[in-house]
Design a protein around this ligand. Structure first.
Ligand code: NAI
Ligand code: MG
Length: 356
């Protein structure tokens, strides 16, 4: 297969982890006889420095012309004083909007070797393997009207949770499709006891369930889901939910695994290229030191191969390799935790981890 992959390293540890990820994809290409063409683009703070804008037109054009976008991370203290329109995050939001990636997939997998890395009890986290499907381009973050005005009692402010039937259907459909390829257990999370948008969401989910006899659909209120995610995460397989709910629940669920340096994500649209990135940020505190954990970005490559290139075997090979290096005891500093010093196990660097 020949595929063009856009590489947007961004800021902080972004360039370090994407360099290792590209090297990994090159190895996969050699072994499996594919040709991956990588082209780099600017995004975030480094794009502000070099091109005066966090999302140059050339970057968006490059992304649109590729089959998948591999992204590092954006942001850092250097650009914190920039006005909103010129902040590094604006580049990332612009890219998501520009590619219309309406679904954010975040797998939450606990590796058996790392059950003690989580602040939760071993018996609670052992064996967790869930996937959050978060709606990414609608809902409370984009609804109109929004903004503030002067009222009698001071400031009046409004945000709107708005969806079209089309937007709800396409994210639910993806949830059903993915659930039917996994255990068949789909939890739709809403706030249907209060919100009209959630009641419509529920009705549409119920209607769609008829088309997926192999999927067991259940509904859960978001507040109760938040509790269950830390009390009994094993009851979840695929979770599909609104933008804000998914933003909060996916960060909460990330805690189950113990390290932010391990978690990948995929943002998918309707047929266009997906964006694949680690869920962590640019980690300015460790940038340039060569100690960042590259596994989240490497697992994001596996998602790229699976979702944008339909290379399931190659994707699984990467996931198995990550399991293997963890089983062999390889740990970057974020995973070595308290054992550093006390046991004499010294953590390894970004490049060394990647080479395993
Ligand atoms: P962060 O995720 O960058 O870092 C949080 C903590 O986790 C830090 O102690 C960091 O050293 C550690 N960490 C993160 N990734 C790691 C890895 N791969 N290996 C080892 N340790 C790792 O979040 P923070 O500190 O809140 O934000 C830093 C900057 O990143 C900010 O400018 C923020 O806006 C930006 N950010 C960007 C995101 C993106 O590009 N998608 C997402 C989150 C934050
Ligand atoms: Mg968030």
């Amino acid at each position: 297969m020949h595929a063009k992959i856009a590489v947007l390293p961004g800021d902080g540890i972004g360039p370090e982890v994407t360099t290792e990820a590209v090297a990994l994809l090159q190895v996969v290409a050699e072994v499996y006889g594919h040709q991956f063409e990588f082209e780099q683009g600017l995004i975030g703070g480094s794009a502000i420095d070099d091109a005066g804008t966090p999302l140059p037109d050339a970057t968006l054009a490059l992304a649109k012309a590729s089959q998948g976008v591999l992204l590092g991370a954006v942001g850092g203290p250097k650009w914190d004083k920039e006005p909103a329109s010129r902040r590094p995050e604006t580049g990332l939001l612009g890219l998501r909007k520009g590619l219309e990636v309406f679904a954010n997939l975040r797998p939450i997998t606990v590796f058996p070797e790392l059950v003690d890395a989580s602040p939760l009890k071993r018996e609670v986290v052992d064996g967790v393997d869930m996937l959050i499907v978060r709606e990414l381009t609608g809902g409370l973050y984009f609804g109109q009207p929004r903004g503030r005005s002067a009222g009698k009692g001071g400031i009046e402010v409004v945000d709107t949770l708005q969806y079209s039937e089309h937007e709800i259907r396409r994210i639910l459909q993806l949830g059903f499709e993915i659930a039917s390829q996994r255990s068949g257990n789909l939890t739709s999370v809403d706030k249907a006891n209060v919100l009209e948008s959630s009641r419509v969401w529920r009705e549409l989910a119920e209607a769609m369930a008829v088309d997926y006899p192999g999927v067991t659909l259940s509904h859960q209120l978001v507040d109760s889901a938040a509790m269950q995610i830390v009390q009994n995460p094993k009851r979840f397989d695929v979770v599909v939910t609104e933008n804000l709910f998914g933003d909060i629940l996916s960060d909460e669920a990330a805690v189950i695994t113990g390290s932010i340096g391990l978690l990948p994500s995929a943002s998918l649209g309707a047929g266009g290229p997906g964006i694949y990135e680690p869920i962590h940020g640019s980690a300015p505190d460790i940038a340039g030191k060569g100690v960042a954990n590259p596994l989240a970005t490497m697992l994001s490559c596996a998602m790229l191969l699976r979702h944008s290139l339909s290379l399931e075997v190659e994707a699984q090979v990467i996931e198995e390799a990550v399991k293997r290096v963890l089983a062999e005891g390889a740990r970057t500093a974020d995973l070595a935790g308290q054992s550093i010093g006390s046991t004499g196990n010294s953590p390894i660097g970004t490049q060394e981890m990647a080479k395993r």
